[in-house]
Design a protein around this ligand. Structure first.
Ligand code: GLP
Length: 263
């Protein structure tokens, strides 16, 4: 696993956007580049930078197919806290050449959630899997909506949200935890780790424990993000604030091994 430590949030986002753009631009195959995407506050700066590059003609999304990680159950598209709304508001509406038919987001209003999740997995498989899955994590280390103790081999499915996650996410729902949906549809840990590459953004002091557990702890279903330790090509891009609970030697090790510019 690579851990790329950047000085601050802004630099972390620029690094991640450059990485994604380089991968898309280097993709010369006939089939589309398949990109997995998260919501949350962590990726906002990355989306801004991707939009800038796209508008400047440095990066095209014409041959990109996207799959989002998760969606709340029971929120229609037009609800400003649905992940469908978030993705259009922060990314898709601003891209000059993103094809709407190439955007995939789980339907949290589906009458049959299990069928919706099976359809999603099948659609990912029909593209030959995901080339690069970008993600964020919760303060309890949850990846997508895979809360602690979700199987590390889980596939896309219905997930119950913990009280902690609903409390943390209540900042987007007028600080009312009860207004946060109790369930979500989410790709599984296995869905993410099947991707050819995974890039996780971790920033801020409140994620320091999750970062340390994910990187230095043992692989454990308690910290679902730790499953990435078994992935062949996983990168964590983080800021200095999130490094507060790494041991000094790991922190120095990561800075040392990443000191030469590379992608
Ligand atoms: C939600 C999402 C996750 C996201 C997490 C962290 O719970 N389901 O996919 O990674 O929030 O969000 P933030 O980036 O706002 O800290």
């Amino acid at each position: 696993m690579r851990v790329v430590i950047q000085e601050n949030y802004d630099k972390m986002c620029k690094w991640a956007a450059n990485y994604i753009a380089a991968k898309i631009n280097a993709h010369k195959e006939d089939r589309p580049f398949v990109l997995g995407l998260p919501t949350g506050s962590s990726p906002i700066g990355v989306y801004k930078e991707l939009v800038r590059m796209n508008k400047a003609g440095e990066l095209s999304f014409a041959n990109v197919v996207t799959f989002n990680m998760d969606e709340y159950v029971g929120l229609p598209h037009e609800h400003d806290q649905s992940y469908w709304y978030f993705m259009h508001d922060n990314l898709f509406n601003h891209l000059v050449d993103m094809k709407p038919e190439n955007i995939n987001i789980l339907n949290g209003m589906a009458e049959d959630p299990e069928a919706e999740c099976a359809r999603y997995e099948a659609k990912i498989a029909s593209y030959g899997g995901i080339d690069l899955f970008m993600g964020g994590i919760g303060v309890d280390g949850h990846l997508a909506f895979n809360e602690p103790f979700t199987s590390l081999t889980s596939r896309t499915g219905l997930r119950a949200l913990t009280t902690e996650t609903r409390l943390v996410n209540s900042r987007f729902f007028g600080n009312d935890a009860e207004a946060v949906p109790k369930f979500a549809l989410s790709v599984g840990i296995g869905t993410v780790t099947d991707s050819k590459e995974v890039l996780i953004l971790i920033n801020g002091h409140n994620k320091a424990r999750a970062l340390a557990k994910s990187v230095e702890g043992s692989v454990s279903q308690k910290w679902t993000c730790s499953a990435l330790q078994l992935h062949k090509a996983a990168i964590i891009a983080c800021d200095e604030d999130a490094c507060g609970e790494l041991t000094v030697d790991s922190y120095k090790y990561f800075l040392d091994i990443e000191k030469e510019e590379r992608l």
